[in-house]
Design a protein around this ligand. Sequence first.
Ligand code: 0X9
Ligand code: ZN
Length: 302
Amino acid sequence: YIDNKRYLDYGEVEDYISLLKKNHPNRVRVYDIGQTFEGRTMRVVHLSNCFYCNYSAVFVDAGIHAREWIAPAVALHALSQLAENETANAEMREGLDWFFLPVANPDGYEYTHTTDRLWRKTRSTIQNSRCLGADPNRNFDYYWNSVGASKNPCSETFAGRSAFSEKEASNMRGFLWEHRFRLKLYITYHSYGNYILYPWGYKADDPEDVDTLRSVAMKANQAMVEAGSKPYTIGSSTQTLYAAAGGSDDWVKGFLNVPLSYTIELPGYKYGFQLPTSLIDEVARQSFEGLRAFAREVKSLS
Ligand code: 0X9
Ligand code: ZN
C-alpha cells in the first residue's frame, strides 16, 4: 500500500505503478498514453474486474498543476486502496472500471521536486520567449483562451500557443477520446480551497443537468464530512471561483459529453500548496470516502 507518509517523486510513482501491475496482473492494466515534453512516459492505470465486460468507467487524474502535491497523493491512495484492498473496497469495483492518471504533468511535478516548489505549468519551451511552460488547465480545446487565460508565455495561466499545444494535455485528449462512451464520471484533483466544482468554467450559465451535478457532489461532500473532512463548497467553476476556459473538466463534459465532470480542490488548510506530510493521510482517507460516494451515485444513475 501507499503509506501516505511522504510525497513521492515521479520515478517513485512509476515504480509503484510497475509494482501494482506485477502483483495484480489479473486486475491491473497499464497504458502508456504518450511522452511529455521532456520525454517522460505518462501512464494510465486501468482497474477492472472484467476487462472484456466494458463496464461504465470513472477517470481520475491529479497533478495537472505541478505544485499541487496533495492531489497525486490522494489519487495514489485511491488507486492503492482499489487495487490492493480487495475485500474492503469490492463494492467500488463491482460493475465499474477505474482509470487513474496520478500525475498528469510529470515534467512540472519533477521540477517542483528539484528546483522550484511552486511551479504550476508544464516545462515546454516557447518560440521567441524566455519563459517556459503553459497552463495545462487552460490548454484544452473548449472555448480555448476565451476567458481567464493569457496569451503571454510568462503568465501563470498561459493558455499555450494553441489548444492542445502541450503534449501532456494532448496525451490526455487521445486517451479520454478513446474511452468517451464508457466514461460516466471524470474527476480531476487540484488544490487548494475545499471546492467541488462542476462546469462551466468558460461561462456563468449552469449546464442543463446542474441538478444532477449538484446532488452527486452533495453526496460526495456528505461522505467526506462524515469521514471528518472540512466541508466542501459546491458550485460551478465560474460562479464559485472565477471564469477560466480551457480546463479539462469543461472539455470532458462539453466536448466528450461525459455527464459528470468535477474539479476537486483539496484542502490547503493554512498551508496552501505546501501541505505538510503529516496531513496527507487524513486528506487521502477522507477523499477516498468521497470517491466511494461518487461511485455509488454513478452506478445508481446508469
Ligand atoms: O484555475 C484552475 O485551473 C483551477 N484552480 S487551481 O487553483 N487548482 O489552479 C480551477 C479550475 C476550474 N475549472 C475550470 N475553470 N474549467
Ligand atoms: Zn490546480
